[in-house]
Write a protein that binds this ligand. Structure first.
Ligand SMILES: Nc1nc2c(ncn2[C@@H]2O[C@H](COP(=O)(O)OP(=O)(O)OP(=O)(O)O)[C@@H](O)[C@H]2O)c(=O)[nH]1
Ligand SMILES: [Zn+2]
Length: 356
């Protein structure tokens, strides 16, 4: 039976639910199995961490094939059971079912897991030209769909434009329970501001467009502890701030941060139910619409249309169309395109009529 060095592993994110999931695996009963976390993936080369050191490993071919067939290949953040053979090669023999996973859809519609077992996603958006509430709502919908808690981090509070106005706009637009903070990612103060999410054993990822300030914030979070801190990347000749490979870093206070370039372009891996659930305000008001299947376009007795920020409602419809489309066949997609075009035209005609 596997012996779990829990304190050592808790430091790199092992939780009680994961321990239970490990115990349920048949492979956990085999001799010589070790529990470790994937901190980097380069093609078929994995880097594992067991709480003490890094090890290079590969996945047993049958397991790789099985995970590929099931559409859920291994991702950074996954926990695995590995065995060392007589040649001292380390082979991954089982994957602990992830508690959650952020994924994206590739061009061919297949699902690509990007990162597993995340506690908090920091949605980083600059208060400069990067500012875009719609994009933020998309990220909120996707993290919500994956069951990951999101914290909105507005970077460049020191140099951004219309800072108080933009913060107020988002506060009014987003559901009240979404934490939102504005900070300067270059200042050590950022660490204190993010403290509530940086507890020991917590796993965080940073999401946001290029230039939003993800690397800057990561470096600030890492550096504030004199660099003597990153157990995970210890001995790595490339230094611990690499952002070119998918990797997991350990922060001073004991949280882990995953910096993965794959997360920077992100297509919806969600369905309509996920999108509406992440627009809770709309969902709640919709129960008051006259028609139970009200789409909040121009139906009479709609309780949503007048109560919700118009741009937020448009974005909601856009995201719904997007997730519906990603689940359609080509023919359905063409038909839907025509339907939406017709609705758009009707809307424009209404707007024109109003102006006249
Ligand atoms: N003044 C100020 N500059 C910032 C802040 N955050 C980021 N920057 C600057 O913005 C630029 C882009 O920041 P990065 O951290 O590289 O952005 P990124 O999100 O990692 O970008 P990619 O690596 O392309 O995904 C850099 O020149 C940073 O110094 C901030 O809060 N305040
Ligand atoms: Zn309605």
């Amino acid at each position: 039976m596997i012996a779990i060095q829990s304190s050592r592993l808790q430091a790199i994110g092992l939780s009680h639910s994961l321990i239970n999931a490990v115990a349920a695996l048949p492979e956990a009963a085999l001799p010589d199995m070790h529990l470790a976390r994937i901190i980097e993936i380069q093609r078929d080369q994995l880097t594992l961490h067991d709480g003490l050191a890094e090890h290079h490993a590969r996945t047993l071919p049958w397991l790789a094939a099985e995970l590929h067939r099931a559409g859920c290949p291994l991702a950074v953040g996954d926990w695995v059971l590995a065995q060392t053979n007589a040649l001292t090669e380390i082979w991954v023999a089982a994957r602990v079912p992830p508690l959650n996973q952020l994924a994206r859809r590739a061009g061919d519609g297949s699902r690509q897991p990007l990162v597993s077992n995340v506690d908090t996603a920091l949605l980083v958006m600059g208060l400069d030209h990067d500012y875009n509430p719609r994009r933020l709502e998309r990220y909120l919908a996707l993290t919500h769909a994956a069951g990951v808690q999101a914290v909105v981090v507005l970077s460049k509070a020191d140099i951004g434009e219309l800072v108080p106005e933009r913060i107020a706009e988002l506060r009014a637009r987003l559901p009240a329970q979404v934490p939102l903070l504005a900070l300067n990612g270059l200042s050590g103060q950022a660490r204190a501001e993010l403290q509530p999410w940086l507890g020991e054993g917590q796993t965080l990822v940073l999401l946001g467009s290029s230039g939003a300030g993800k690397s800057t914030l990561t470096n600030t979070l890492l550096e504030n502890a004199n660099q003597a801190t990153s157990a995970v990347r210890e001995g790595d000749s490339r230094g611990r701030h690499t952002t070119t490979a998918r990797s997991l870093h350990r922060l001073p206070g004991g949280a882990c941060i995953i910096d993965t370039p794959g997360l920077r372009t992100w297509r919806a891996d969600a369905d309509a139910a996920d999108v509406s659930a992440s627009f809770e305000d709309i969902d709640t008001l919709a129960t008051l619409c006259r028609f139970r299947d009200c789409q909040h376009h121009d139906e009479p007795g709609c309780a949503v249309r007048d109560a919700i920020d118009a741009d937020r409602l448009r974005n909601y419809h856009k995201l719904l169309r997007e997730v519906e489309r990603s689940q359609m066949t080509a023919l359905q997609r063409r038909e839907a395109g025509q339907k939406w075009k017709a609705i758009g035209k009707a809307g424009n005609a209404r707007a024109r009529a109003k102006r006249m």
